[in-house]
Design a binder for this molecule. Structure first.
Ligand code: PMP
Length: 454
């Protein structure tokens, strides 16, 4: 059946008056109606309804790791739907795709992370991690051990619990789960570590975390949750040794360590998972989504240790948790094909070269007057703009500086994501050297244009 969709700009915008956009200024959208209508995609590019081809500098939404419209993934999804369109993984049912993907993730995940529960978004994966750990402690007879340590600057999703773990700026004017979450300091040396070396800043962060744990009482704390590199909080790479030190602290106090690898997994930092391979920490749970299917299907995974699984699968009581689409066949097939393609084409290994090149080209922009800091790693980068470079004075919100640079870039053929004074780049992982050069060139021109207009 052909859907016969109207793909003209006017046609889409008329229908779009019924769509509630996510994380958008709905009033501004209502007033000026401005939208970019994306109608097609190929490899590292997307096409808008005006016929412009744009470099997808945000990889859909940090997720199209393998690139757009990969035949291998599309065929695997189609084949799966033709064989088994849907069955759940509830009760005693299972199916080859969900079981196969769980086994594959157990093989790829570090250490004894061998048990996988599927969801359909990063938010749900994180909610699931907390629910599972709370249940785990109930079963262990430690019902008070429920508090969660998160961090200022974190982003863990927008369900009621995930948004509570997220940095408070993301829920201004909104309610969230109360009484469970404690935000530790943001591990951002450049902004928060004035007058300290990176090593001193690290010591201060760990000492602060220790103080907070002792004040709350480790007997009341279930877990610490952290992104290896903070994403939507502004691409914050912690000081060297931070995750290993937090991991050790968690072990000392018997607090579980959850690594939120919704963004950092599946090649973005040059490895299938970054926690152990890049940051030298062995989590008790890894949550992931996005690059797991390269965005072709909504799928997330909460990957837990054998030890956690042994407790929750012990005698008495069932596992009262799951979503209808947990392990959806088409999504699981997309995950399996995506991983097979990444292994065949050695995408994570390639990123160790191309991602480093991308990082280097962006770091070259640090000399520009308006650029305060270029930070990140491989294909996960952020550029923070400042009014005064020496004093690191931020622009005012009303300056909408990130948005202005993003608009200047889009005019030149690159989609980048503004976040206040920061511009975020998280492209597909199939960018070659020429595309990387073009991207860096566009960014340089766009920043210069905005700089000159000030
Ligand atoms: N964790 C991290 C680190 C994320 O970046 C995101 C989304 N950007 C989420 C969780 C939430 O994922 P989702 O939007 O799929 O719910």
């Amino acid at each position: 059946m052909s859907l016969d969709l109207d793909t003209s700009t006017d046609g889409v915008l008329t229908a779009d008056t019924h769509l509630v956009q996510s994380f958008a200024d709905l009033n501004a959208l209502k007033q000026d109606g401005a939208r970019t209508v994306i109608v097609g995609a190929e490899g590292a590019y997307v096409t808008d309804s005006e016929g412009n081809q744009l470099i997808d500098g945000i990889g859909g939404l940090w997720c199209v790791n393998a690139g757009h419209r990969r035949r291998e993934i599309i065929d695997a999804i189609t084949e799966q739907l033709e064989t088994l369109d849907f069955y759940s993984t509830f009760y005693n049912f299972t199916h080859p795709a969900a079981a196969g993907l769980a086994a594959k993730l157990a093989e790829l995940a570090p250490g004894h992370l061998n048990k996988v529960h599927f969801g359909n978004s990063g938010s749900v994966a994180n909610d699931s991690a907390i629910r599972i750990l709370h249940h785990y402690y109930n079963r262990l007879g430690q019902p008070k051990k429920k508090q969660v340590l998160s961090r200022q600057g974190a982003y863990h999703g927008s369900t009621y619990l995930a948004i509570a773990m997220t940095t408070p700026e993301y829920s201004e004017g909104w309610d969230k789960a109360e009484g469970l979450i404690h935000h530790l300091k943001k591990p951002h040396h450049w902004r928060e570590g004035e007058g300290m070396s990176e090593a001193e800043f690290l010591d201060a962060l760990i000492a602060d975390a220790k103080g907070r744990i002792e004040a709350i009482g480790a007997e009341n704390i279930a877990c610490f949750i952290a992104e290896p590199i903070m994403g939507a909080g502004g691409i914050i790479v912690p000081p060297k040794g931070y995750h290993a030190a937090m991991g050790a602290l968690c072990r000392d106090y018997e607090i579980k360590y959850i690594s939120d690898e919704v963004v950092t997994a599946f090649g973005r930092l040059g490895h299938f998972f970054a926690s152990k391979d890049v940051f030298d920490v062995q989590p008790d749970i890894i949550t992931t989504a996005k690059g797991l299917t390269s965005g072709y299907q909504p799928l997330s995974a909460t990957i837990m240790s054998d030890e956690i699984y042994e407790v929750i699968s012990g005698e008495s009581g069932s596992f009262l948790h799951g979503m209808t689409y947990s392990g959806h066949p088409a999504a699981a097939a997309a995950g399996l094909a995506n991983i097979a393609l990444m292994e065949r084409d050695q995408i994570p290994q390639t990123v160790r070269t191309t991602g480093k090149l991308f990082e280097g080209k962006l770091r070259d922009l640090a000399d520009m007057d308006m650029v305060g800091e270029v930070r990140g790693s491989h294909f996960m980068m952020g550029i923070e703009f400042v009014r005064d470079k020496a004093a690191k004075t931020p622009f005012e919100v009303e300056d909408m500086i990130g948005l202005k640079v993003a608009q200047a870039a889009q005019k030149r053929g690159l989609i980048a994501r503004p976040l206040g004074n920061i511009l975020i780049l998280s492209p597909t992982l199939v960018m070659d050297e020429a595309m990387i050069d073009t991207t860096a060139g566009i960014l340089c021109e766009s920043i210069a244009e905005v700089q000159n207009s000030l």
